[in-house]
Design a protein around this ligand. Structure first.
Ligand code: ADP
Ligand code: MG
Length: 266
């Protein structure tokens, strides 16, 4: 069965897009069939996967408005092992255009349901807001992955997000679950990082991924090449962390450096 993740945090700059792109590439490198859905008008996941957002004629915007379907709009970036449903600034208009449409919260879900059998994983990179576009991501998903930087205000935003998830579970998507909080840009030399990280573990215990993503320059550089860091420099600390996260998501021990073949889809 397809596992559909919404990668969500209403804060910008916490690593949602970096996580979406690199987890997609990592899962694909383990033989998983992956669709990455860019649900942010900034189109960063599209560009970071190697697709020029200006060249993407048919996008997630057209899919959500019922003007196209996933099969026609998705693209396979050159050299990539996963599909991308691209986005560009046109998507910003959807926020208003959707309001008048029936079942406005479940447009993305309906579109994705049609192609479920083609994928093991669908990863939805949400915009930095709790808007109707994000709600579409949360209605389409079953699992929520929350990237967060371990800083002072991180926990404050988290309670708003948890409230939103609770509302969506009650009204729109009873199956929605927090799959995990992911500590990003982790710097163990920073005392505040360690304190916030401890607080997260005590509040959310098993909902915190064991894998932590370190601050790593290769993760920040890769988007300018349009190649996920996991592909561009697989041995870098950042890429290795996302490969470990993929193993954790797949339920294969992150600590063991098993051959990639072991988790290949058959
Ligand atoms: P979001 O999608 O939540 O806005 P991004 O994934 O775009 O966040 O990350 C914000 C910025 O931080 C980007 O410039 C990205 O390259 C950089 N970045 C993200 N994760 C890391 C990391 N682990 N180490 C270093 N830089 C990172
Ligand atoms: Mg982003």
């Amino acid at each position: 069965m397809t596992r559909t993740f919404a990668v969500v945090n209403q804060k910008g700059g916490v690593g949602k897009t970096t996580t979406s792109v690199n987890l997609a590439a990592a899962l694909a490198s383990f033989g998983q069939r992956v669709l990455l859905v860019d649900l942010d008008p900034q189109g960063n996941a599209t560009m970071g996967s190697g697709i020029d957002k200006k060249q993407a004629g048919t996008t997630v915007y057209h899919v959500m408005l019922g003007l196209s379907d996933v099969a026609s709009a998705r693209m396979r970036p050159q050299g990539a092992a996963f599909d991308v449903l691209p986005a560009n600034r046109e998507l910003a208009g959807a926020e208003i255009e959707l309001v008048g449409l029936a079942e406005r919260e479940s447009r993305l879900k309906q579109a994705l349901d049609v192609c479920h059998e083609e994928y093991d994983f669908v990863l939805i990179d949400c915009p930095p807001s709790l808007s109707l576009i994000t709600v579409n991501g949360l209605v389409a998903a079953r699992e929520v992955l929350i990237p967060m930087q371990c800083e002072y205000y991180a926990l404050e935003g988290l309670s708003d997000l948890v409230d939103t998830l609770r509302r969506i579970r009650t009204n729109l998507n009873p199956e929605l679950q927090i799959s995990g909080l992911l500590r990003t840009m982790y710097d163990p030399r920073n005392t505040l990082t360690l304190q916030v990280s401890d607080q997260l573990e005590s509040h959310f215990s098993d909902k915190v991924y064991k894998t932590m993503i370190p601050r790593n320059v290769r993760l920040a550089e890769a988007p300018s090449h349009g190649i996920p860091a996991v592909v561009w420099d697989r041995t870098s600390k950042g890429a290795q962390a996302y490969l470990a996260l993929a193993r954790e998501v797949l339920g294969v021990s992150g600590a063991v450096r098993e051959s990639d073949e072991d988790v290949r889809h058959d």
